[in-house]
Design a protein around this ligand. Structure first.
Ligand code: SF4
Length: 402
């Protein structure tokens, strides 16, 4: 499919909307009361610190809802207002936050059912309204919805669209897109649908494996087994790694994306010589500012003397997991939870250790004075963070001073 031509024709269709519908004022009031918190505002104004009793809370200086998420949720709310009687669907979670998704369900926004990993679009009829979430949708899904004459409300974050434009450029110039991301993450699925030839690498170790293959060759079968679910159809490592361009899932660790870019730049220089680099390597900066700011704030926070860290965000949220990684690398006990409901009863937490299943830990808050670092992923409303902080105070018997 000529994805660029399709996107162009979709952009000019009257059934396709990439902006709100003029209900900003009402929606902003509604979102403020549902998602904002006075406590968090107070902590922000107090230099991101709040002390009560034996507990000192240190908040990261950038955390929570990013611009793209706020925009997507506001557009979804506006869509409900603008189409009060139409059936509304969303192709995926709008963002990776259970409470926000539940709120949309309460507003009668239907989620496309998924059967054994495959989405079932059969319930969608002509005239239905379909929202595409902040991390986008694959071009095949967009085409299907367009063919069904649905009204499409596209909340894809412009930072994500920027990555799509990047892989389109790779494709046009016949470069293979090397995408730093998770092959099954919705955003990377969408990005790869716009790419021509592509290979998805999860981390620096996988990137190094590919770089070694470029320089020394290797076991083709092993290569294909390793990347079987992370490359374009018909991918051939011996043919398709001669010209490469870098792209990324916007929420990966910024430092790692940069290292991967540098690794391939060096590799192509070594393989083809510095004067041929531009014919074999392309790179554009597609790291989103919000991801960068949250990670930078986390690096700053872990320099403080913290007894423990609480990282709040959806369990399938990639940017939240990366924040957690930063704390763990510094050897700080870190608890990833998705809401205040994971705390208690008593001094107990149900949390998700990195790369493993949920686990319950008793006596997680140490006795005596403690300093707790707090951050949250880009999909987490301030209200959820405030609930967690209040519960920590409660557990430690710290009473609010009026
Ligand atoms: S994290 Fe960045 S790319 Fe993702 S929605 Fe927020 S602003 Fe957009």
């Amino acid at each position: 499919m000529d994805t660029k031509a399709f996107k162009r024709s979709l952009n000019s269709s009257e059934n396709y909307h990439r902006k709100g519908f003029g209900h900003e004022a009402e929606v902003s009031g509604q979102m403020q009361s549902e998602y904002q918190s006075n406590l968090i505002q107070q902590i922000r104004e107090n230099n991101y610190v709040l002390k009560r009793g034996e507990v000192t809370i240190r908040l990261a200086e950038a955390f929570g809802f990013c611009w793209g998420v706020e925009r997507a949720v506001a557009m979804a709310y506006e869509t409900r207002q603008h189409f009060p009687t139409e059936r509304i669907w969303i192709t995926n979670e709008i963002i990776h936050n259970p409470s926000v998704n539940q709120r949309l369900r309460d507003m009668q926004v239907n989620f496309i059912p998924v059967e054994q990993g495959i989405k079932d679009f059969s319930g969608i009829d002509q005239g239905d309204v379909v929202i595409l979430p902040a991390f986008g949708a694959s071009v095949q899904e967009m085409q299907l919805l367009n063919d069904k004459s649905c009204t499409i409300v596209d909340t894809t974050c412009p930072w994500v669209s920027k990555v799509w434009n990047t892989v389109e450029k790779h494709k046009k110039n016949r470069y293979t897109s090397i995408i730093h991301g998770k092959h099954n993450h919705e955003e990377t699925v969408a990005t790869s649908s716009f790419a021509g030839t592509y290979l998805i690498v999860l981390n620096l170790a996988e990137a190094q494996y590919v770089a070694d293959y470029i320089l020394q060759g290797g076991d083709r079968q092993e290569f294909m087994a390793k990347f079987s679910r992370a490359c374009s159809q018909g991918f051939d490592p011996d043919r398709d790694l001669q010209q490469v361009g870098i792209a990324n899932q916007t929420t990966m660790l910024k430092g790692e994306t940069e290292q991967i870019g540098k690794l391939f730049e060096r590799t192509m220089m070594q393989r083809y010589g510095p004067d041929q680099l531009n014919q074999h390597f392309l790179s554009f900066n597609t790291i989103c500012d919000a991801t960068q700011e949250r990670q930078d704030a986390m690096f700053q926070l872990v320099e403080e003397k913290l007894d423990l860290m609480v990282v709040i965000g959806g369990y399938n949220s990639s940017n939240t997991t990366h924040l957690q990684e930063i704390a763990i690398e510094r050897g700080i006990p870190s608890y990833h939870i998705d809401s205040g409901d994971r705390l208690g009863p008593g001094n107990r937490v149900e949390h998700k250790p990195l790369h493993s299943e949920l686990e319950v830990q008793e006596n997680w808050l140490p006795e005596g004075p403690i300093v707790v670092g707090i951050t949250s992923g880009a999909s987490t409303p301030d209200k959820v963070v405030a609930t967690v902080i209040e519960k920590i105070f409660e557990l430690k018997g710290a009473v609010a001073i009026a």
